[in-house]
Design a protein around this ligand. Sequence first.
Ligand SMILES: [Zn+2]
Length: 163
Amino acid sequence: MSILKILYYPNRKLKQKANLVSNIDHNINKIINDMFETMYLAKGIGLAATQVNINKCIIVIDISKKHNQQLILINPKIIKRIGKIIMEEGCLSIPNISAPVIRSEKIILQSLDCYGRLFELQAESLLSVCIQHEIDHLNGLLFIDRLSLSKQNYIKNIIDHNL
Ligand SMILES: [Zn+2]
């Protein structure tokens, strides 16, 4: 396994839309393993392939403290949204910044697993928020893009002054 380099905002590659995975082979499984290792090292609970400069619809998630609840999403698609929730979000691509974001509280999604089998998953609260945050990455969206313009400008100012 190897550690992948995480892209940081405002890298323009974070704005790219990821391509669907058409063939889940050894290479894809290697990417998944590397993404988990990279995410655990960075102390994240989710990582999208876009964030490690891989233009494919792949997400790894583990919201457990013991690192024993790995969730792999390939070509995920949200098919139902229920309710609203506001949670404080951060992002490995935007270090040291967090802000409350409005998301759907419950979601039902369809995804492929690492063997290419279609499965359906219902998620709520933190897991639901994490999945929505990571799917945004695959669409070239960051959590700060979901904030009000004044908040976005405030955060961009902070980042610019820390560069
Ligand atoms: Zn993120």
